[in-house]
Design a protein around this ligand. Structure first.
Ligand code: MG
Length: 379
């Protein structure tokens, strides 16, 4: 089997989310937006699809490495792209590497008529989810006060979530960051949901050591499950220091580049109590499974960063402790149960007990609305 083509098509849709000056998502008035679908095609007609790749970067950097290769030689292709990243890091990102790897896994799943988690070696078909909130905002009845976080958390528990993670206020909110306000939001949520719901925080990522220490100590009193990225992750020494000071588990890294190698360094140096990785942070399903096995070898819990079908398939092939699915980002104004315009059904349906059930369709298992995409193509 040989790859014959790699294409990226751009299509229009109406979005109700916007990004602030620092890149955080928030609810927004409906506006025109575009999305892309990358398709890898093999000579027997098998295809793999994934959303969100940059058309120019795929044409210039990815396609020449893929056409003519056997699509099942994922490791060979991945390592070619990985070594080619040196000198092209600004455009051949780990994110793009991740999309290519997922498209190849999707193609394999389509060919063998099998969902990816079963190709990997499955452990389960459903995963407990945590409701992961958007960052705080200044929208009345949104996430603008500790009390609003508390009210939203109550609603999330009624919906079925057994765990919740707060993203608190970050710039460009004019008064943020504020470590004391973060703790107040965490206290309001604990009071709203009671002692039996697991709670986590992901706060401003550039606090000082003393601010991170203060938040960690306060969250120990509130029985929080982990503290995530309260300082710049490139200072590994700061995380070694924080993990030594705190009882509450420190989770990471998320943003620190370096794929499985940086995770190995964090574990060996004692910079985290729970390790972390995600398909678009670390270059795809293939390297994320290496991080899973690295964690397993060190008896360390691991949590997967971000939602989506690629992460869900990895979660359903993990056999180490931890393993929540990050569902969201959620906000009182956004209906998460409604599919994106280019999907017929959502990727992460959740039952009333808070479990997300994985698709049993082949490959990534997405329910793609190809008619919608065709009707809205940007020519
Ligand atoms: Mg995070």
């Amino acid at each position: 089997m040989k790859i014959t083509d790699v294409t990226v098509q751009t299509f229009r849709y109406t979005s109700s989310e916007g990004r602030d000056a620092e890149g955080h998502g928030h609810p927004a008035d409906p506006h025109d937006a575009t999305q892309t679908i990358m398709t890898v095609t093999a000579d027997n007609g098998a295809q793999g699809h994934v959303f969100g790749a940059n058309p120019q970067h795929v044409a210039a950097l990815v396609k020449p490495h893929l056409v003519g290769e056997d699509p099942f030689y994922r490791e060979k292709i991945w390592h070619q792209l990985y070594t080619y990243q040196r000198g092209n890091t600004g455009v051949l990102t780990d994110h793009l590497l991740g999309l290519v790897d997922m498209a190849l896994w999707d193609l394999a799943g389509q060919h063998f008529k099998t969902p990816i988690h079963k190709l990997l070696g499955a452990t389960r078909d459903k995963v407990p989810a945590y409701g992961s909130t958007m960052c705080g905002d200044e929208l009345p009845n949104g996430l603008s006060t500790p009390e609003e976080y508390g009210r939203f958390a109550e609603w999330l528990v009624k919906r079925g979530y057994k765990a919740i993670k707060l993203h608190t206020w970050m710039p460009p909110i004019k008064w943020a960051p504020d470590a004391r306000m973060d703790v107040r939001a965490c206290a309001a949520v604990r009071e709203a949901v009671g002692p039996d719901i697991e709670l986590m925080i992901d706060c401003y990522h550039h606090y000082s050591r003393s601010e991170a220490y203060y938040i960690g100590k306060e969250l120990e009193k509130l029985d929080y499950k982990w503290i995530e990225e309260p300082m710049d992750e490139y200072s590994v020494s700061s995380y070694v220091w924080l993990a030594e000071q705190l009882e509450i588990p420190v989770i990471g890294p998320e943003y620190h580049a370096g794929k499985m190698q940086s995770r190995a360094e964090w574990i060996v140096r004692g910079a985290c109590d729970i390790t972390r990785g995600g398909v678009t942070d670390n270059g795809g399903i293939s390297p994320l499974m290496k991080i899973v096995h690295l964690a397993e070898a060190f008896n360390m819990a691991m949590e997967v960063h971000g939602g989506g079908p690629g992460n869900l398939h990895v979660l359903c092939a993990m056999s180490i402790p931890g393993q929540y699915y990050e569902r969201g980002l959620l906000h009182p104004f956004i209906d998460w149960e409604k599919p994106k315009p280019w999907l017929k059904t959502i990727d992460d349906p959740m039952d009333e007990d808070g479990f997300v059930h994985i698709s049993q369709k082949p490959g990534l298992g997405q329910d793609i609305d190809f008619d919608y995409i065709k009707a809205n193509l940007v020519k």
